[in-house]
Design a protein around this ligand. Structure first.
Ligand SMILES: Nc1nc2c(ncn2[C@@H]2O[C@H](COP(=O)(O)OP(=O)(O)O)[C@@H](O)[C@H]2O)c(=O)[nH]1
Ligand SMILES: [Mg+2]
Length: 200
């Protein structure tokens, strides 16, 4: 199979609680994970556009679902992160409603769940993962910030993250800094699009 590339990535819209989602015209692939794990950086890396999704060193800045259009008709979705410890209860509740409404909408083709390669999954990661299983949404685990570990430890540490979640023991080691795992994720995206087109 030829390497997949993203063409013409464009921001479409941000949707908050009670907002209207953009019309679905193809595959929709969403990024989930803790605040600061590298969701926006991953989107920018695979789109080769470092201004597309806003990244931040300060966790918990995004409270909206951001939709991006790629290759004419498909969507990438940047979901607000969890784990912002100091957020007030009411904020956390709103986050839960926003995500629940989105995941239960039936629009999501595939989820990339991101976890920091250096850390064990948190209680919230486990909760998120169980949510994905509950909704029966196909997923791929991605172990981010791989550049922070020695090259020799990356593969095992990524798989360890998946094992610790109780998932099939594989996660893609990824770094938006070095580009490790970028093409693997792009090719997965290509396969998701091809599968969905042949199913329809
Ligand atoms: N070293 C390193 N830093 C990263 C990587 N990905 C993201 N970051 C940094 O982590 C912070 C949060 O990234 P961001 O993409 O905004 O995370 P988000 O909250 O999940 O969208 C930023 O300071 C990024 O520069 C990575 O692969 N390696
Ligand atoms: Mg972000």
């Amino acid at each position: 199979m030829q390497d997949f590339i993203i063409k013409n990535p464009k921001f479409i819209t941000s949707v908050g609680l009670g907002g209207v989602y953009p019309e679905k015209t193809g595959v929709e692939v969403a990024m989930v994970g803790k605040s600061n794990v590298g969701k926006s950086s991953l989107i920018n890396s695979i789109c080769n556009n470092y201004k597309l999704a806003k990244t931040s060193q300060h966790p918990g800045k995004t409270r909206l679902i951001n939709f991006f259009n790629i290759n004419t008709s498909h969507h990438l979705v940047d979901l607000p992160g969890y784990g912002f410890a100091k957020a007030p209860k009411i904020e956390q509740q709103k986050w839960g409603e926003l995500i629940d409404r989105y995941l239960s909408s039936g629009r999501v083709t595939h989820i990339f769940m991101l976890i920091d390669i250096r850390h064990d999954p948190t209680a919230e990661d486990r909760q998120m993962f169980n949510w994905i299983l509950y909704y029966g949404i196909p997923f791929t685990l991605v172990a981010t910030k791989a550049d922070k570990l020695a090259v020799s430890r990356r593969k095992q540490a990524a798989n360890q993250v998946a094992k610790a979640l109780g998932a099939p023991p594989y996660a893609v080691p990824f770094s938006s800094e070095s580009g490790q795992g970028r093409q693997e994720i792009l090719n997965m995206l290509g396969a998701i699009i091809t599968d969905s087109c042949s199913a329809n």
